[in-house]
Design a protein around this ligand. Structure first.
Ligand code: NAP
Length: 291
């Protein structure tokens, strides 16, 4: 068996084209174009690449973006002041602080400082709470990208056993929340799945993974998930973005292509979808704030 390729790049291109049309219609009607402020602290090369890709995608969709770079030793107070200024700027509909931040900065304090109505990453506790309660203001970008990849490929999650390896606030935890939620008109990304979240303390990870109809790897360990851990025919979503010998690779070993029924590639899977969902949240924030 060779797994069907779940092409995140192609889907993201389609979604971004639709968003560009939505933005163009808005600006043609004389309304403010959506605007995203990006804050980049320090000189992490991977963060720089992510930020560049996000800004390029904004430009193609007609979304304005501004990059606010600060040195790695920026005082926390200065960063909080910057965010307060962006919160008050009517041209800014989304604020993204690229993580990770240097160790002297309290990441939670920075996230808490972002106005929840422009928190397009969906990291602010108010937005996490709304998501958990089933009344999301925004869907978090990477989990939403995974859900959209499943949906657009006709993969129903209702009643399925989903195993997510990784319990981070950015990926594993919010994805679990989304997939376990009851699907309703108000919460169309609800998944109605039976969800298990695995992590470093999970006993017999391989056996837990083999239960999955849909297996998500969001770990940050290259090739952690091997063919013997996957139920034949399962859908495998590889969120991992690791660099090995200068090349990007996921958390799933290439041998899994021979066992899975469908799988996302790395690159070209979840990564481009994350960016498309960020743009969508920025447009939604703009529509919510400016009508
Ligand atoms: P993270 O915050 O480091 O969390 C990793 C999670 O994996 C933790 O819950 C950890 O368990 C678990 N884990 C680590 N080693 C494990 C092992 N051997 N067995 C079982 N569980 C293990 O990472 P993250 O931010 O969620 O990111 C995960 C991966 O996704 C990274 O490669 C990252 O670059 C990638 N990513 C990609 C995108 C995208 O757009 N494609 C977006 C975000 C992240 P504990 O909690 O027990 O420590």
């Amino acid at each position: 068996m060779t797994a069907k390729r779940l092409d995140g790049k192609a889907l993201a291109d389609t979604l971004r084209t639709a968003l560009a049309a939505r933005v163009a219609a808005r600006t043609a009607a004389g309304r403010t174009p959506p605007g995203l402020a990006v804050v980049l602290v320090g000189d992490n090369p991977a963060s720089r690449v992510y930020v560049r890709n996000k800004q390029k995608a904004c430009e193609l969709a007609g979304i304005r973006s501004w990059l606010h770079e600060r040195p790695a030793d920026v005082p926390q107070r200065a960063l909080l002041d910057l965010i307060a200024g962006l919160n008050a700027d009517p041209q800014v509909h989304g604020i993204l602080v690229q993580l990770p931040l240097p160790p002297h900065i309290d990441e939670k304090a920075v996230i808490d400082a972002i106005d929840p109505t422009v928190d397009v990453d969906t990291f602010h506790p108010e937005n996490v709470g709304l998501l958990a309660a089933g009344h999301p203001r925004f869907y978090p970008c990477t989990p939403h990208g995974c859900v959209q990849l499943l949906r657009h490929n006709g993969i129903d999650t209702a009643g399925k056993e989903v195993v997510i390896v990784g319990r981070s606030n950015i990926v594993g935890k919010p994805l679990a929340l989304m997939l376990m939620q009851k699907k309703t008109v108000a919460n169309p990304a609800g998944g109605d799945a039976t969800v298990t979240v695995a992590h470093t303390r999970t006993a017999d990870l391989a056996a837990v993974c083999r239960r999955a109809d849909i297996l998500v790897a969001a770990v940050g360990v290259p090739k952690l998930v091997t063919a013997d851990m996957v139920k034949p025919g399962a859908v495998v979503i590889d969120v991992g973005m690791n660099t090995v010998d200068g090349k990007l690779c996921g958390d799933v070993d290439a041998g899994v292509w021979a066992v899975a029924g469908a799988m996302t590639p790395v690159p070209g899977g979840v990564g481009p979808m994350t960016i498309a969902m960020l743009l969508e949240n920025t447009v939604i924030a703009c529509e919510q704030l400016d009508g």
